[in-house]
Design a protein around this ligand. Sequence first.
Ligand code: AP5
Ligand code: MG
Length: 209
Amino acid sequence: MNLILLGAPGAGKGTQAEVICDNLKIPAISTGNMLREAVKNGTKSGLEAKSFMDSGALVPDEVVIGILKDRIAEDDCKGGFILDGFPRTVPQAEVLDKMGVKIDKVLEIAVEDETITQRLSGRRVCEDCGNSYHIEFKPTKVEGVCDKCGGKTVQRKDDAPETVLSRLKTYHEQTAPLKDFYAAKGLLTTVHGKDTVEETSALVLEALK
Ligand code: AP5
Ligand code: MG
């Protein structure tokens, strides 16, 4: 299954991608995580992306598309994949179509903006593997240490309150139109992401049956 997860920043795309990955045994591909890795490693794409990410804007399409194309060409994607955070603009979705990538389902996780702000202020992410936690709603077993890989968990720079507002604005203006784009193709399913992580996972897995 080739699946797209759609949703505002902090809606729980990364959290649910991990659950789907465990259940369906297909890789979760987060363009946000790949871009943060590129920034950390100081690669050409990372250098191009950094200022956009820090301000809560989208990274230019050509930079993200390049990274995504390379990733989905890898062997582990042959049996399907979960796209978390891509596409994020209509032109990015059109590129997927032009590449001949067949999308089976687009799952939107819908959460109110008010809930988002609270979630992102308490989020911590692993510096090494990008896994995400929440100090209250999804704490690590040992404070500051990733359950999955033992890496250090930190606060993302773009989770500062003013950057979150700008990311939400970017989402509503540039990414939300993808809902109509995929609804018109009969691919969109929406689940509410306002309840607990576990309750949302149950809705997500049900929607994928
Ligand atoms: P990206 O990393 O994709 O950020 P985002 O879309 O803003 O999404 P987040 O990762 O912030 O949220 P999420 O939905 O994954 O939520 P999570 O599961 O962590 O992108 C970062 C930047 O990269 C972008 O701003 C842009 O600049 C650039 N970029 C990336 N892709 C791009 C593209 N295609 N084109 C252009 N630019 C691109 O959950 C959030 C928190 O809430 C966590 O703490 C979690 O534990 C908690 N939580 C989750 N679910 C629940 C729940 N049900 N109840 C309570 N708490 C919950
Ligand atoms: Mg994420």
